[in-house]
Design a protein around this ligand. Structure first.
Ligand code: UT7
Length: 329
């Protein structure tokens, strides 16, 4: 009997209209287009305004998936929303999206794994499908990173942007395609290097935490860089080895979009051609959990049935991982 796997059968993406470019940033902090392009590789990032949240973007992408696949909301059995910027502390943004999309016959939860949210999320949803518990799941990466960016901190404000993207995973008995395997890691050694001090239960919002600007992203860029620049390639090599694959078997690498230098170093170590390494950081910046599903959305027409896609990420926690997906469409 063939193994049940999760295959990606639809993908949608959304970015808000408003944009902050490097010229606008250089009026807010002491920076320049030249510095940002050389050190990070970002020109523009999108920003969600008007007290909207990840659920508003999530609703758009989920509704588009339902429409495209002609599905009733009742057919969706699981919604996983990968986010570090939930609409509210509780309830889960997955539940808010489900409500907005009238999905009421399944279950949902948020998955918080920093920038690796989506690689953890696709894996988790795929396991429910492989176990035969459900047949249809939606995995969303939705982030309003600009809500936790300090526009007085030149070291972090050029980096992040807002976006949402989602995939539909469906059960399939077809041999050899779908979410095949993954290697995931986390190590709390990274907590001190990348976090948000206040707004959780240790330091709930007070006048003092707000005055001290503790509700924003704190990042020690160089410390994070040192890990990120090796871990995505390392974990991909481990995934290839587990699956008796060579670097030359990779058709496309979909790396988390944190820094163009990190992306290029990862592609080089994996001996890939530039066109195999998918990139959108210049237009969107780092959208945390949304970067990888957005790359799938933007590049889906390039993929052929049976192509080996490697999704790989590194982020807060630290968390990192790689997932092998054989394109099924
Ligand atoms: O997605 C989650 C995981 N995150 C990552 O993977 C991020 C990893 N880290 C990075 O991408 C990079 O470390 C950053 C882009 C965050 C920073 O780049 P860097 O090359 O590591 O710069 P740096 O922090 O070492 O700073 C170099 C210099 C400093 O000046 P001095 O001390 O040499 O005089 C900074 O003050 O650049 C200065 N600097 C800036 N200058 C102009 C920092 N930010 C800016 C800026 N504009 N925006």
């Amino acid at each position: 009997m063939s193994k049940t796997r999760a295959i990606i059968t639809a993908v949608e993406g959304y970015v808000p209209e408003d944009v902050i470019d490097n010229e606008m940033l250089s009026k807010m902090v002491d920076t320049s287009d030249e510095w940002i392009m050389t050190r990070i590789g970002i020109k523009t990032r999108h920003i969600l305004k008007d007290h909207k949240g990840p659920s508003d973007m999530g609703k758009i992408v989920v509704d588009n998936i339902l429409k495209k696949k002609n599905l009733s909301p009742d057919e969706i059995e699981l919604i996983v929303c990968c986010t570090v910027t939930p609409d509210m502390q509780f309830p889960a943004t997955a539940n808010i999206i489900a409500d907005k999309c009238n999905i009421r016959k399944g279950f949902g939860f948020d998955l918080h794994a920093g920038c690796s949210g989506f690689v953890y999320g696709i894996t988790t949803a795929a396991k429910y499908i492989e176990a035969g518990m459900i047949k249809k799941a939606i995995v969303i990466g939705a982030e309003k990173m600009t809500s936790i960016v300090d526009y007085q901190d030149r070291a972090t404000c050029p980096i992040f942007g807002d976006a949402a993207a989602a995939i539909l995973l469906e059960a399939s008995e077809e041999e050899g395609v779908g979410v095949i395997d993954e290697v995931l890691y986390s190590d709390g050694v990274g907590v001190k290097h990348l976090h948000q001090v206040a707004g959780g239960s240790c330091y709930p919002a007070t006048v003092e935490t707000v005055m001290n600007r503790q509700h924003f992203i704190y990042q020690e860029g160089q410390a994070v860089f040192k890990w990120a620049v090796v871990k995505m390639a390392e974990v991909t090599e481990e995934l290839l080895k587990r699956n008796n694959m060579q670097k030359s078997d990779i058709d496309f690498l979909l790396p988390h979009q944190a820094n163009l230098r990190i992306i290029k170093a990862t592609g080089d170590r994996l001996e890939l051609k530039p066109e195999q390494v998918l990139v959108n950081i210049e237009r969107m910046g780092n959208t945390t959990s949304a970067t990888i599903p957005m790359l799938i959305y933007e590049n889906q027409n390039k993929f052929k049935k049976g192509d080996n896609l490697i999704l790989t990420s590194f982020g807060a926690g630290f968390t990192w991982g790689a997932v092998l997906v054989k394109w099924a469409l």
